[in-house]
Write a protein that binds this ligand. Structure first.
Ligand SMILES: *[C@@H]1O[C@H](CO)[C@@H](O)[C@H](O)[C@H]1NC(C)=O
Ligand SMILES: *[C@@H]1O[C@H](CO)[C@@H](O)[C@H](O)[C@H]1NC(C)=O
Ligand SMILES: *[C@@H]1O[C@H](CO)[C@@H](O)[C@H](O)[C@H]1NC(C)=O
Ligand SMILES: *[C@@H]1O[C@H](CO)[C@@H](O)[C@H](O)[C@H]1NC(C)=O
Length: 427
């Protein structure tokens, strides 16, 4: 009985990661090992007659449609073989023969974050890093009379052969194009907007913090005069942007938030913490002879969690930049609403109240720090219309996906395997 449980445990540990990574797309890497694409997926597809709208990568690089040819792969003899769709079937070339499968997987680019380029290939070229690989075959295409035919480059045949199916016949060539994914080297995120509607902004902390104190006194002057000083303070911050599927974890990321005096840098997926130090403010008070005022500089420390939309600039090694719409959830902490408060003037000699000559000015040396009230979150706080979404979010606060078109079905057979394993374990 005990052994049986150990077997169960072992199977769980070994099989769970496996069953869940089946849909991963491997790319050729300089280290010889297949890397997993952060963005691309093999997604189960079954093109039925009416709704053949698939969010897949097409052979001609254009948007998909009912009659488009998609990059696909089908199980053949126990292995996944790359091919392309034709008349709603995945057609593959295998040892000179054509096989067509009604059930297969298509190459998808959920959230469109992946950069894909078709690169020229001849048998005198090495296979480029980033080429999409399945068992030493690479996603390829071959052009005849302005029509592209998808297929695979089999690197095990001589110096490599490109196998496509043209009009039901296998065509072997030693040149064509090969599909390559290029990963960005850095991200820049700007134009943040808090979104209302689906999920609500959560203020986790809103408290007053003391930033600096000072005393202004008029001891020497014979008459009433304006006394000034400069107070300085730090603005600490913490920013965490929840991971968005399709983005590369750990990539250098610059974030520009209007609530902070300048841009901050982090690695995508990691919380960033720091401070803008030595922010300064000049403070003045008109004081009668022999009087003083004490002043305090305070701000409000806000910690909030909110859904946002923003613009993401993905930067590539060749200098190209691609803009995407980004949607996610972020948690931020910063100090805002910085203000100076003065005591009443007091006589220096006996510390009793002096008549007021109240005239003060303050100037901030930094650019205006935007107030969090700019985001009219108060409106959202009073809006209880989407209580259901709120509940959903509390279970999985970071569940938002990039919205630029992800509608793929995750082909990961997680649920099925779990049920099978559970059955096995119960019996
Ligand atoms: C798809 O191809 C079929 C058969 O060639 C044709 O009748 C149909 O109009 C095409 N549909 C589109 C949307 O191009
Ligand atoms: C990422 O940031 C680190 C530290 O700031 C820097 O050393 C590195 O060169 C950056 N990498 C890229 C690709 O910009
Ligand atoms: C001003 O500050 C000094 C030093 O902190 C303190 O001794 C004094 O009582 C304060 N005076 C007033 C009027 O608050
Ligand atoms: C405190 O000192 C000021 C100036 O030295 C004086 O004018 C005032 O009358 C004094 N007040 C008290 C209550 O002693």
């Amino acid at each position: 009985m005990m052994a049986h449980y150990y077997n169960c445990l072992f199977l769980f540990t070994v099989l769970l990661p496996y069953t869940c990574s089946q849909d991963a797309v491997h790319v050729k890497s300089p280290y010889g090992l297949g890397l997993t694409s952060s963005t691309l997926r093999w997604t189960s597809a079954f093109i039925d007659t009416d709704s053949a709208e698939i969010d897949g990568v097409t052979v001609n690089g254009e948007a998909g449609g009912v009659n488009s040819s998609y990059i696909c792969r089908a199980r053949h003899g126990g292995h996944n073989i790359i091919g392309s769709t034709h008349a709603r079937l995945c057609q593959i070339a295998y040892f000179g023969e054509v096989f067509s499968y009604p059930s297969f997987e298509v190459l998808t680019n959920p959230s469109s974050f992946a950069r894909l380029d078709w690169q020229l290939w001849t048998r005198f070229y090495l296979i480029p890093d980033g080429a999409l690989e399945t068992r030493l075959s690479y996603v390829s295409r071959f052009k005849v009379d302005d029509v592209y035919y998808g297929g695979r480059l089999d690197s095990t045949l001589g110096r490599g052969k490109l196998l496509t199916v043209i009009d039901g016949v296998v065509k072997e060539t030693t040149e064509g194009e090969i599909l390559v994914e290029t990963e960005p080297i850095a991200y820049e995120i700007t134009d943040f907007k808090y979104t209302s509607g689906t999920t609500k902004l959560k203020i986790l902390v809103d408290e007053e913090v003391l930033l600096d104190e000072a005393t202004l006194s008029n001891e020497e002057s014979d008459s009433t005069s304006t006394v000034s000083t400069i107070v300085s303070y730090d603005i600490p911050y913490k920013v965490y942007l929840a991971h968005v599927r399709g983005l590369v974890k750990g990539l250098n990321t610059t974030i520009s938030l209007s609530t902070l005096p300048g841009p901050i840098t982090t690695n995508w997926g990691r919380e960033v913490e720091g401070k803008f130090s030595r922010q300064t403010k000049e403070v003045s008070y008109e004081l009668a002879k022999g009087t003083l005022v004490n002043l305090t500089l305070t701000g409000r420390r806000i910690v909030q969690e909110a859904p946002y939309t923003a613009k993401l600039f993905a930067k590539y090694p060749d200098g190209k930049e691609v803009i995407h719409n980004l949607e996610g959830v972020m948690k931020t902490e910063w100090v805002t609403q910085i203000k100076v408060e003065y005591t009443h003037p007091h006589f220096i000699a006996n510390n009793t109240l002096a008549p007021t000559t109240q005239r003060t000015t303050t100037t901030t040396s930094e650019k205006k720090i935007r107030d969090y009230s700019d985001y009219d979150y108060m409106d959202q706080q009073n809006d209880d219309s989407d209580a259901v979404n709120e509940d959903e979010r509390s279970k999985d606060p970071y569940s938002l996906q990039a919205y630029s078109g992800s509608r793929s079905v995750n082909s990961c057979s997680f649920t099925a395997s779990l049920i099978l394993l559970l059955l096995y374990c119960i019996i």
